[in-house]
Ligand binder design. Structure first.
Ligand code: SAH
Ligand code: SF4
Ligand code: F3S
Length: 437
């Protein structure tokens, strides 16, 4: 039997795609292996969102070269956003790879493998002309938590971002297909699903029949077995009050919202082609906090976007203090060729970016800790996810708001159990608790 190994980089969308690649490979007889050195097929499902993401992949591809020397029949394939972005260039940089497969073509992986075996030549498919999303079966990584893509692509074209260029235009999956998948997951014992899209708030708009994210959320309420519905990512321009009402009214949607703001300066937001203001963002958030009790809010912020002045940056710091996010994912602006920001004037010095990023993280960490401290002495429902990666004697689960709670391993608990945790001690990133029921 032939074996495969998949490296997955980037966002949850790629994790979901890897699950779909895995299913296809297994349907023609490949079996997964934990040992990349013995694999007959290695896929790197890649990300191109920042330069560092690409650097990591190229260095991994380099490391795999010696395996190819050992095993002439080894097939190495590059899939995902970097494959889509760099296309045949990938073969020039690394002639020992066999397959370059773009984001719209993962349904063709098995044909590509057969072609490599037949011709011993490079195979590439980076067409982007799909107008409907292929319904592909996934091989979920676990048995309780599953991600469910509801759309692919992005129409926003933020000026720094490569995603619309490598994922194409927004295409939504029909409501019925999503309901069918979620219903099957619930029947198999899955408890928590995450609906995925680059901008879930524009879900369904391409159908032009009145379907939107709010109607999807309402339809997914009450599917047997599904205790929690997560969703990401939300966009401040497209998230409407009626969607927030639907989220608040649902019995299984979680109390978590990831709402990237990117900058606290309206001037920078404009240059980023993010069509909202800080004032609009704050108003939206206020409505969310009013409608969804105890909602945990996280965000993304980029520092050092071209033209970001000290004053612009100060406004971002002030925003953190005003809004008080539970957590912020902070990034240093990374030039992506082909995007408008890459050629904008006033690129910010790397050292300035580094200092700003540190300042931002210091302030946010303090806020995260203060917020988490308010959880001490309270109880939360968590679903047990298993051993922590750092210490196998400590297990963890997440609250509805997605806060990680660590607790001593307890033989009576199984992965997937929903239990009540009492929070003994909170830290910046995690809480420590005791299972009370
Ligand atoms: N669709 C989501 C997230 C896309 S990528 C959204 O609109 O929010 C995830 C995050 O990466 C973005 O929110 C942004 O903060 C960051 N990002 C994207 N392109 C970047 C770049 N060129 N440099 C630095 N950070 C970037
Ligand atoms: Fe990128 Fe903007 Fe689309 Fe998000 S909304 S994927 S940041 S272009
Ligand atoms: Fe990266 Fe593609 Fe996701 S660029 S962040 S893997 S959509």
């Amino acid at each position: 039997m032939k074996s495969y190994y998949i490296y997955t980089y980037g966002c949850q969308m790629n994790i979901a795609d890897s699950e779909r690649l895995a299913h296809q490979l297994e349907s023609v007889g490949y079996a997964p292996t934990e040992d990349v050195n013995s694999a007959d097929l290695i896929l790197l499902n890649t990300c191109a969102v920042r330069e560092l993401a690409e650097t990591k992949v190229y260095s991994r591809i380099g490391e795999l070269k010696h395996l190819k020397a050992k095993n002439k029949n080894l097939i190495i394939g590059i899939t995902g956003c970097m494959a889509q972005k760099n296309q045949a260039e990938m073969f020039k940089k690394a002639p020992h790879i066999d397959i370059v497969l773009g984001t719209h073509n993962i349904q063709h992986i098995n044909e590509m493998i057969v072609e490599v075996q037949r011709t011993h030549k490079h195979q590439i498919n980076v067409d982007m002309d799909n107008t409907v999303l292929q319904e592909l079966v996934a091989k979920p990584n676990g048995t309780f938590f599953a991600s469910v893509p509801i759309m692919n692509g992005c129409n926003k074209f933020c000026t720094y971002c490569i995603v619309p260029h490598v994922r194409g235009r927004e295409i939504s999956r029909p409501v019925e297909a999503i309901v069918k998948e979620v219903t099957e997951l619930g029947a198999k014992g899955f408890k928590e699903i995450t609906l995925l899209g680059q901008n879930v708030n524009s879900y369904g708009l391409d159908f032009k029949d009145g379907t939107d994210f709010g109607t999807l959320i309402t339809t997914l309420d009450g599917i047997p077995g599904i205790e929690r519905v997560r969703y990401m990512t939300s966009h401040p321009q497209d998230m409407t009050k009626s969607m927030i009402d639907a989220l608040g009214a649902s019995s299984n949607v979680v109390t978590q919202l990831h709402l990237p703001i990117q900058s606290g300066s309206n001037d920078i937001l404009k240059k980023m082609n993010r069509h909202y203001t800080v004032e609009h963002y704050k108003e939206l958030l206020e409505y969310c906090r009013k409608t969804i009790k105890d909602i945990v809010v996280t965000t993304d912020i980029i520092v050092g976007f071209p033209g970001e002045s000290d004053d612009d940056f100060e406004q971002t710091l002030q925003l953190l203090k005003d809004v008080r996010f539970d957590m912020a994912y902070t990034f240093s602006y990374s030039k992506r060729s082909g995007t408008p920001a890459a050629t904008m004037d006033a690129q910010v010095d790397e050292e300035v970016k580094r200092v700003r990023l540190q300042q931002l993280m210091d302030i946010q960490n303090e806020i995260s800790l203060e917020i988490n401290k308010t959880m001490e002495g309270k109880t939360y429902d968590i679903i047990v996810e298993g051993p922590s990666s750092k210490d196998e004697n400590m297990w963890f689960g997440r609250t509805s708001g997605s806060k990680m709670v660590l607790f001593p391993k307890d033989e009576s608990l199984k992965i997937g159990d929903t239990v009540i945790a009492y929070i003994d001690k909170a830290q910046t990133w995690v809480c420590y608790g005791t299972i009370v029921k």
